[in-house]
Design a protein around this ligand. Structure first.
Ligand code: EPU
Length: 429
């Protein structure tokens, strides 16, 4: 298993290119199942969550052709069976999108319960509520969700909680359902709009994506298309936070500045200077970092996926900051790791009080999940000494070439291969 070894203290400087959005890619790739032809998808990030989604499609019988480093041609029009087995589904949360996409195309799907980062309970009751409203019968047996209907029919669906996953899944199931589907209290994240744009390019009739009411008129069939995925809001935000943490100056390229406004505003409040261009942001900090409070919320609120990264900034800022986690029940598992680096953070339920300690110290730490891992990299970049981060497979789920990108900005970060321990019974003596 590899680990990252980071020697802190270097100010980041230079330019970095942001990859395509993970959370858009993992919805758009399964959505190719709905097309009657082949789809050329550009700006696909090279990350392990995308590999897992492609792996599932491939095993279902899709033909996947690599056109270049970031472009795939996917023909999912002839699948063997609408079934996603356990060993594939457990690798990631987005495997649940195969339910919506297979239902939309075949009115039948059998998909194992999804995996993904552990933030406490991650239910799919709202996905199921949406499918049932469309006339689907659902049963759960031996860890498999089986969903089927004679004909999906449009309906009016009120989501009880704002859920990205439920909004995506209902959109996928409804695009070819009979009649009109209305999703109220839908998620508004940039990847929801990106998925809607992709489906519309395939011939779907979707209005209102990006607002809290999405209207979908079912169409008879969808066709193949060419589509380019939006840049990753959270990867961009992570580089912004790293530039600010190290007191550096970084031009972050291939971004949609509008998607980053709330992150920019919080970083400016903490002492950053940000210049906005058409598709890039120049981020620098020359003044001391100061405290701030953050409450994470669904878009357009401050993204929960930036919460651990901002906690690192708060740890080295002047004063005491408060984080209120407004999306997940348990997204503070990284706090114990940051404490090993000298951070002073008290967690009580969904609230964390972060007392600025000025400086972090290197320590051996473990990435507990994807964004926790990103936060530990930023911690390592500002810490005194050499930090070792284990379990970096979590980071690779969502950040493309992360160490190379940081190295190109002047960071001292290396990937070290640690051979797996050999147990005595397997050792050849
Ligand atoms: N929820 C329910 N019932 C449901 C679905 C969700 O109660 O049926 C609750 C969840 O427990 C949570 C809240 O609703 O408290 C929001 O969950 P949501 O469904 O929006 O999350 P998700 O679709 O599972 C996506 C991202 C996450 C991101 C969240 C919130 C993908 C593949 N994942 O998860 O991204 O944190 O939305 O924005 O899109 C990440 O990229 O690091 C990541 C974890």
């Amino acid at each position: 298993m590899d680990k990252f070894v980071i020697t802190g203290g270097k100010k980041l400087s230079g330019e970095v290119e942001v990859s395509g959005a993970k959370n858009a890619a993992v919805a758009i790739i399964p959505a190719t199942i709905l097309a009657d032809g082949s789809c050329r998808i550009e700006n696909i990030p090279n990350i392990s969550d995308v590999t897992s989604v492609i792996d599932i499609l491939y095993k279902l019988g899709a033909r996947v052709k690599l056109i270049n480093k970031t472009t795939l041609e996917i023909d999912s029009s002839n699948l063997y069976a609408p079934v996603v087995p356990n060993e594939l589904a457990r690798k990631m949360r987005a495997s649940s999108y195969f339910l919506g996409a297979l239902l939309g195309k075949y009115s039948h799907a059998k998909v194992a319960m999804p995996g993904g980062c552990d933030f406490g309970v991650r239910p799919i009751d709202q996905h199921i509520k949406g499918f049932e409203a469309l006339g689907v019968n659902i049963s759960l047996e031996h860890g498999m969700v089986e969903a089927s209907s004679v004909q999906l029919k449009g309906n009016h669906i009120y989501l009880d909680v704002v859920s990205v996953g439920a909004t995506v899944n209902i959109m996928l199931a409804a695009v070819m359902a009979q009649g009109l589907t209305i999703i109220e209290n839908s998620a508004k994240e940039p990847h929801i709009v990106d998925l809607a744009n992709f489906l519309s390019t395939m011939g779907a009739d979707i209005r209102g994506a990006g607002t809290d009411v999405i209207k979908i008129h079912g169409v008879e069939r969808l066709h193949g298309c060419t589509y380019s995925i939006i840049p990753d809001q959270i990867e961009a935000g992570t580089f912004m936070a790293a530039a600010v943490a190290t007191g550096g100056e970084v031009l972050i390229k291939n971004v949609i500045p509008k998607h980053l406004e709330i992150i920019s505003a919080k970083l400016e409040e903490m002492g950053a200077e940000i210049e906005e261009y058409d598709d890039s942001l120049l981020v620098r900090r020359t003044k001391p970092l100061i405290r701030a409070n953050v409450k994470t919320m669904p878009h357009p609120g401050f993204p929960t996926d930036m919460q651990p990264q901002i906690a690192v900034l708060m740890s080295i800022a002047e004063g005491t900051s408060i984080i209120t986690e407004g999306v997940w029940d348990n997204r503070f598992r990284y706090v114990d790791e940051l404490k090993r680096m000298g951070a002073s953070i008290q967690v009580d339920g969904k609230i964390a009080v972060v007392e600025g300690v000025g400086r972090l110290m290197a320590a051996p730490v473990k990435a507990t999940d994807l964004r926790a891992g990103a936060a530990l990299i930023i911690g390592g970049l500002v810490a005194q000494g050499t930090t070792e981060i284990e379990d970096i497979q979590h980071i690779e789920r969502g950040y493309e070439n992360v160490e190379e990108k940081f190295r190109s900005l002047g960071a001292d970060i290396q990937r070290i291969n640690v051979p797996d321990e050999i147990s005595y019974d397997k050792a050849i003596i």
